[in-house]
Design a protein around this ligand. Structure first.
Ligand code: AHR
Length: 490
């Protein structure tokens, strides 16, 4: 028997809805042939695929990072504005293609408006310079009469876009990046970029790219950045990708510990530096690229860098465990962006005729639509498992949230057992349940189940209504499932 105890008064902090963010890069068929396909019978009058917009809207992503990724470290934003026929095609070094620049800043803003999301831009701190970065802020956000704002008006956008979130560089800690930087080089560059960008628009929030290469000197890197530039840092951005290359389900299910280690280490570094340097301003964590990624390669030369992964049910469980970690660390993780959103390592997969929703789409939809605004601190105990370097991990992976406006709890549970249904009591430490509760379950026939154009519904969400007794409910979590129990309080 498993037991989960929830006290609605044991609150960890506000959950920032930005933890349900996304990331869209000029890469493969994310934009061209995915989100944006002018001339397609499925596209609207601006060239956006209506079926893709609808599927994305269901995910309720409040923020989307753009335009890269590795792509941004060689990107010239000026190439992507103005009349499409005048825009230059350029060799794209990160993913070895030609970038036609038919999609750019203003198309992205239109896209964001269509799906009611907020843009988060990353500037080129690879082969780009400060001038280019601050010009982009001016082009997007200024309301003064300048050459760049006139240009924006000529491009059809008289009003500023008011882009609030700006990242400086992408994965600058990796040798694979155009313009890789040592910790010293980045700390210095970051501050100078940040200074001029803030001088152009003092209201912007800035994100520093701190760790993607967890085998390198990330402690020194974080320390140097906070030493040099803390007054310009609103978020420290970290990245990771996980997978199950050994095809060992139990071991894969221990990835929750990687998330815990990396988030806790970053929290610790921030707290230590704040104490040592008497930094009083808040500095949050943004996990602004995360996902499952097996490094799939296309079959042809053109498709070799399309990164078109097909996800299975076990990957969906891992996506859910990410959200549990973000909710349990809601005090520090204020943004997270699944990488990516369409076709490229993504929950939505298109062809010219339509799309299907991958397994990982469903936990995303479930969490973003049912999560409350306050993170709670649940206690749970029961069955355990051991795998890899980990022993006695709890088989259930749990997070809980309170929706203050609706007076209800949402308890998210991943059952990491491949075989066992786990009987569980959920008890309230204070207050009582209002009666009926809903169980929304993501599951499929087995852990390797995938969705496809032929079989689009192998993995999906099932819903049931059940009854709670005063301060206790009993529920049996299906093997290899993700469940949200949505429980109104009286
Ligand atoms: O999301 C794919 C790539 O992964 C991004 O371009 C890069 O930032 C990361 O390494």
């Amino acid at each position: 028997m498993n037991h989960i105890k929830i006290d609605p008064d044991r609150q960890l902090g506000n959950i920032n809805p930005h933890i349900f963010g996304g990331f869209a890069e000029h890469l493969g068929r994310c934009f061209y042939g995915g989100i944006y396909e002018p001339g397609s019978p499925l596209a609207d009058e601006h060239g956006f695929r209506k079926d893709v917009l609808e599927a994305l809207s269901r995910l309720k992503m409040p923020i989307i990072r753009y335009p890269g990724g590795n792509f941004v470290s060689g990107y010239r934003w000026m190439d992507g504005v103005g009349p499409v026929e005048d825009r230059p095609a350029r060799p794209e070094l990160a993913w070895e293609t030609i970038e036609p620049n038919h999609f750019g800043t203003n198309e992205f803003i239109q896209f964001c408006r269509k799906i009611n999301t907020e843009p988060y831009f990353v500037v080129n701190c690879g082969d780009g310079d400060m001038r280019e970065a601050r010009d982009w802020v001016e082009y997007c956000n200024s309301s003064q009469e300048t050459a760049l704002t006139k240009l924006r008006s000529q491009h059809g956008f008289a009003a500023p876009h008011n882009i609030k979130y700006w990242g400086i560089g992408n994965e600058v800690d990796g040798e694979w990046q155009i313009g890789y930087k040592t910790p010293q080089e980045y700390a210095r560059a970051y501050k100078e970029f940040a200074k001029v960008m803030r001088w152009v628009d003092p209201s912007i929030k800035l994100l520093a790219s701190v760790v993607s290469n967890w085998n390198a000197e990330f402690v020194e890197r974080t320390q140097l950045l906070l030493d040099h530039a803390s007054e310009f840092i609103d978020y420290l951005a970290i990245h990771w990708y996980v997978g199950n290359p050994e095809n060992d389900f139990a071991r894969y299910m221990t990835v929750s510990e990687i998330f815990e280690e990396r988030i806790s280490a970053t929290e610790g570094l921030i707290n230590a530096m704040k104490l040592q340097r008497n930094i009083r301003r808040p500095i949050a964590i943004a996990v602004d690229e995360w996902n499952v990624w097996y490094r799939a390669r296309g079959n042809t030369l053109e498709e070799r860098n399309n990164l078109e992964e097909i996800y299975n049910l076990e990957d969906a469980l891992v996506v859910a465990m990410h959200f549990n970690a973000f909710i349990r660390h809601a005090q520090s993780v204020k943004m997270a962006n699944i990488a990516q959103i369409v076709n490229v390592i993504a929950p939505i997969f298109t062809n010219r005729e339509g799309l299907f929703l991958q397994t990982i789409y469903y936990p995303f939809e479930l969490y973003s639509r049912t999560c409350g605004n306050i993170a709670l601190d649940p206690f749970w105990k029961g069955d355990t498992f051991s795998a890899g370097d980990h022993s006695a991990l709890r088989t259930l992976d749990v997070s809980a949230s309170l929706n203050e406006a609706e007076k209800s709890l949402t308890i998210f549970v991943v059952n990491r057992s491949q075989t066992d249904a786990l009987e569980t009591t959920v008890s309230l430490e204070s207050g009582v349940f209002a009666g009926d509760f809903q169980a929304h379950v993501v599951n499929g026939p087995d852990i390797k189940a995938t969705n496809s154009f032929d079989k689009p519904n192998q993995v999906g969400i099932q819903k049931a209504v059940l009854t709670a007794e005063r301060s206790q409910l009993n529920y049996t979590f299906e093997p290899h499932s993700v469940t949200a129990l949505i429980c109104p309080l009286s």
